[in-house]
Design a protein around this ligand. Structure first.
Ligand code: IMP
Ligand code: MG
Length: 189
């Protein structure tokens, strides 16, 4: 397999490559087909969650064969202590969501707290439907149940970077998804 990973110099903090660009690309294509089939006859509002899902969202929409509208929203990082630092919306979805078919695009669902917060918030705006598509799903640490209509890959309990996912804002540009070396793993800020 051609490895695009060879194109970029690997930073020393990067451990094992978990998903090669070709694997991501192929799965994104499959998800695109699935979503296009399910949403035939509808014009969904696709909402990417910044910044992590920026790359995934922009690749995915190019595989969708249905008409769609594209928007993004941004939330503050979840600190792990919701009472101390609640999740905040930094950029919201604009416009009226009534009767819209909203499809949220996430990079990774871990505890599910971020997505739970977003889903509840968007649901209050009475969309006709609200579904979630996540590239990565890490079910082991789930605290709240979130129905995931579309899921790219299930991943294990290790901190991942690349293809939009960051460690302290670094490594989002990597074309692959890799684990961090153990000594460098720290919780997100
Ligand atoms: P949750 O609220 O615990 O589900 O966390 C979801 C958010 O945490 C994601 O949108 C990511 O921004 C971030 N996150 C969770 N796991 C990772 C990881 O392994 N690498 C990078 N970011 C992560
Ligand atoms: Mg995120």
């Amino acid at each position: 397999m051609t490895t695009l990973s060879a194109v970029k110099t690997l930073p020393p903090e990067i451990g094992r490559i978990v998903l090669e660009p070709e694997q991501i690309e192929s799965r994104v294509g499959e998800l695109g087909k699935e979503i296009s089939r399910d949403y035939r006859g509808r014009q969904p509002l696709v909402v990417g969650v910044l910044k992590g899902a920026a790359l995934f969202t922009s690749d995915l929409v190019r595989h969708l064969t249905i008409p769609l509208d594209l928007d993004f929203l941004a939330v503050s990082s979840y600190s792990g202590e919701p009472d101390i630092q609640p999740i905040q919306v930094l950029k919201d979805v604009g416009g009226d969501l009534t009767d819209r078919h909203v499809l949220i695009i996430e990079d990774i669902v871990d505890t599910g707290l971020t997505l739970h917060f977003l889903v509840e918030r968007l649901r209050a705006r009475k969309p006709a439907s609200l579904e979630v598509c996540t590239l990565l799903n890490r079910p082991d640490l789930r605290l709240v149940d979130i129905p995931l209509a579309y899921e790219g890959f299930e991943v294990a309990q290790e901190f991942l970077v690349g293809y939009g996912l960051d460690f302290r804002e670094h490594f989002r540009d990597l074309p692959f998804i890799a684990s961090m070396r153990r000594q460098d793993r720290e919780p997100a800020e």
